[in-house]
Design a protein around this ligand. Structure first.
Ligand code: ZN
Length: 167
């Protein structure tokens, strides 16, 4: 299973609310984890493997955390940091995010989970929730900058593929 790369249209779609947290959802999250680890990512959202469901996974060194139907209920402060994205290889852009967030969702047992996050972990979750709403890091910069970044990325990808690299 491959990661969907921009401009794949699925990356711009809003993912659907998960009604039943069943074995199918567990299968999806397992597949997502495989793809994330194979690509050395620290987070992944279901649309990135072509599934329009509100499921995200994060592993920032504390094991793989699956969050279903995540909602950012509160947020405050702001910070800017360079971010990359598995769906936008070779691109890194400064993204402004909330410094402190409270996120609610459900785990694979359908139990409600509340996460009080500060700094980097909160940033990773905000990045993945963005994916579920069809928003990518390049949508946090001006259209002019976005067009330039994407043009350069597509050129670099073509170059890499020519050398036999797989992306
Ligand atoms: Zn991403």
């Amino acid at each position: 299973m491959n990661i969907r790369i921009y401009p794949d249209p699925i990356l711009r779609k809003k993912a659907r609310f998960v009604e039943n947290i069943d074995g199918k959802v567990k299968d999806i999250s397992d597949r997502m984890a495989k793809v994330m680890y194979a690509n050395k990512g620290i987070g992944l959202a279901a649309p990135q493997i072509g599934i329009l469901s509100r499921i995200l996974i994060v592993d920032i060194g504390e094991g793989c955390n699956v969050l279903i139907n995540p909602e950012i209920l509160e947020g405050e402060g702001e910070s800017v940091m360079e971010e990359g994205c598995l769906s936008l290889p070779t691109i890194e852009v400064p993204v402004k995010r909330m410094e402190k967030v409270f996120i609610r969702g459900r785990d694979l047992e359908s139990k409600e989970v509340g996460l009080d996050l500060f700094g980097f972990p909160g940033r990773v979750y905000q990045h993945e929730v963005d994916h579920l709403n069809g928003i990518l890091i390049i949508h946090h910069v001006s259209r002019l900058k976005r067009d330039l970044l994407v043009k350069r990325m597509l050129k670099e990808l073509k170059h890499l593929q020519g050398k036999g690299c797989f992306l």
